[in-house]
Ligand binder design. Structure first.
Ligand SMILES: *[C@@H]1O[C@H](CO)[C@@H](O)[C@H](O)[C@H]1NC(C)=O
Ligand SMILES: *[C@@H]1O[C@H](CO)[C@@H](O)[C@H](O)[C@H]1NC(C)=O
Ligand SMILES: *[C@@H]1O[C@H](CO)[C@@H](O)[C@H](O)[C@H]1NC(C)=O
Ligand SMILES: *[C@@H]1O[C@H](CO)[C@@H](O)[C@H](O)[C@H]1NC(C)=O
Ligand SMILES: *[C@@H]1O[C@H](CO)[C@@H](O)[C@H](O)[C@H]1NC(C)=O
Length: 510
């Protein structure tokens, strides 16, 4: 390091220390444009900076929507009103800030050629407050120190995972034996993330900031494999503490991970493309129920009308809330602004878990929803979280836990309904489960699952999916015609004649 560089480094350290204390700065680093190994390191440093601070301190940009979210936070979040969003240009600069504030204490060495080790690398980074440093880099220039990583060279090596394991099952088995007990929140939260996404920085910051257990088991849904047994070990560790386990990330082979476990009580908390949850989860918590727009006046019932409702699906997937749903919401608001626009009432599914992982994002949707007075929110599959409630043993105490959490989450969202997903062809068990929601905050469910359950179960009204509308491939005029062909409904002759509820993307009918 030349004198000049050293001076800059000292200055940055001084600057960082002062700013960390006043908490008036938020460091912003563009992770997306860094070389691959630097993306993981930068994301972990963002997580460690947020962990060390008492308010959100660092954010890494990975998604195209991140700039818009940062701008919204800057302009709409009262606790950030005096904050300066300070761009950090390089991993080296971020490293200097993290070292200066004591957020990073060690190095975790790994080989980028061993993707099955990445989950353990992220977990170790959280346990040891370590920065992942590649032994090898696609951008190494021969005879120079590993590009971007020289700033960490004086940190002790907490662990070198290079050549430790041959594949994902052995890496995960080692992680369960050696790391799981050292991780926090394993009764309620673990992270199952694709190694490529983890390496690109997605969720690595959260793992490091909350000291979570991350794993990767591509064969965990193949019956009788070592991987399946390992997943059960992780799942049972939570169950033995009487706790519902949420599995963050995404498992592309079986998105309902509970299908693969012995007792089926795990929640798939889909979040694979969320960026900087360590930042968003440090924002001020949601206090008390979120207000929704007042219900529209129902008007006098007419037998000549077809009653429809439109539900925008997939909002239970937290990454969608960050990405495509934001664009959809902005598009919706601009469409509804046009004088004379139809602007039909629209209900969006939304993840109640944003209250925990991104309260600002949750409140952003509720604020935007209030603009038209015609936008409302309900939970997606299957209420509190994504699973198949009907395949859980009815006397399993975690099933009651799921019911209680679903009811409480609906109350938090000022909502009285959710989209019920479940196993197909399992009608009696699904009906028995829904009946248990009687007398809770849940008054109705919308379900695409066949065969359809009765229109009324206990105190619940159930609505069935009539049509799944996929947008551009399915022009609005054609959808309008389909709706026009629906029988005119009658509330009076239930269950034979019904009123219909139709939905954008998903169309439900009673
Ligand atoms: C921002 O600064 C103003 C003026 O100093 C102060 O009154 C206010 O409380 C500060 N807001 C926050 C969230 O710190
Ligand atoms: C480093 O990368 C080279 C080229 O990709 C590869 O041959 C070598 O095995 C790697 N070394 C380690 C330790 O991963
Ligand atoms: C994890 O738990 C340990 C033991 O309670 C605690 O010392 C540590 O601070 C926790 N880590 C985080 C990131 O909260
Ligand atoms: C797994 O093992 C069980 C019990 O031994 C057996 O019934 C089942 O057929 C096996 N499944 C597969 C896919 O091998
Ligand atoms: C709901 O409350 C009603 C009235 O108190 C009661 O008859 C019914 O059994 C309750 N249903 C369930 C499933 O608790």
């Amino acid at each position: 390091m030349g004198t000049n560089k050293l001076w800059v480094a000292c200055c940055l350290v001084l600057f960082a220390t002062v700013e960390v204390q006043s908490n008036d700065v938020v460091y912003v680093i563009d992770i997306k444009d860094l070389p691959p190994e630097q993306q993981l390191a930068a994301s972990v440093l963002v997580g460690l900076l947020n962990r060390n601070a008492n308010s959100p301190l660092a954010i890494g940009k990975i998604n195209p929507t991140d700039d818009a979210w940062i701008l919204s936070a800057q302009t709409e979040e009262p606790s950030l009103q005096n904050a300066t969003f300070h761009p950090v240009a390089t991993l080296e600069d971020l490293g200097i800030i993290a070292k200066g504030s004591g957020a990073v204490l060690s190095r975790v060495l790994y080989s980028p050629n061993e993707p099955w080790s990445f989950a353990n690398v992220a977990t170790l980074a959280g346990i040891h407050q370590g920065v992942p440093v590649p032994l090898n880099s696609s951008v190494t220039i021969p005879a120079t120190p590993l590009y971007g990583f020289s700033v960490f060279q004086d940190l002790p090596v907490a662990f070198d995972v290079h050549s430790q394991w041959a594949d994902a099952p052995t890496a995960t088995a080692w992680g369960i034996s050696n790391l799981h007990l050292l991780c926090n929140e394993t009764a309620s939260l673990v992270v199952l993330q694709d190694p490529g996404l983890l390496h690109a920085g997605f969720l690595a910051d959260l793992v490091a900031s909350r000291q979570l257990f991350a794993f990767h088991l591509p064969e965990m849904c193949d019956a009788n494999t070592t991987s399946a047994a390992l997943f059960d070990t992780i799942a049972e560790a939570a169950r033995s503490q009487g706790s519902l386990l949420s599995v963050m990330g995404y498992f592309w082979k079986q998105e309902v991970v509970a299908v693969c476990s012995k007792h089926h009580t795990e929640i798939s908390l889909v979040s694979d493309y969320c960026s900087s949850l360590s930042f968003w989860s440090r924002m001020p918590a949601v206090t008390g129920p979120r207000a929704q727009a007042a219900p529209l006046p129902a008007g006098p019932y007419s037998r000549l009308h077809t009653y429809i409702a439109i539900i925008a699906s997939d909002g239970d997937n937290m990454q969608m809330a960050f990405n495509v749903k934001r664009q959809r919401m902005e598009q919706r608001l601009s469409e509804c602004q046009v004088i004379g626009a139809a602007c039909p009432p629209l209900t969006w599914t939304i993840s109640n878990r944003l209250a925990e992982f991104a309260p600002f994002v949750l409140q952003w949707y509720f604020r935007k929803g209030a603009v038209t007075g015609k936008d409302s929110f309900l939970m997606g599959p299957s209420g509190y979280g994504f699973m198949h409630p009907s395949i859980i043993a009815p006397d399993d105490p975690l099933l009651q836990e799921m019911i209680d959490r679903t009811s409480a989450a609906a109350a938090l969202l000022s909502s009285s309904a959710y989209v019920h997903w479940d196993k197909y062809d399992n009608e009696p068990a699904m009906q028995a489960y829904l009946n248990r929601l009687s007398n809770t905050s849940i008054q109705s469910v919308y379900s695409p699952i066949t065969p359809y359950v009765p229109a009324q179960i206990g105190t619940l009204e159930t609505f069935r999916e009539l049509y799944r509308w996929f947008g551009p491939s399915d022009p609005g005029a054609a959808v309008a015609q389909k709706l026009g062909e629906l029988p005119r409904g009658s509330l009076g002759v239930r269950p034979a004649g019904r009123h219909y509820l139709a939905c954008r993307e998903k169309v439900y009918g009673l």
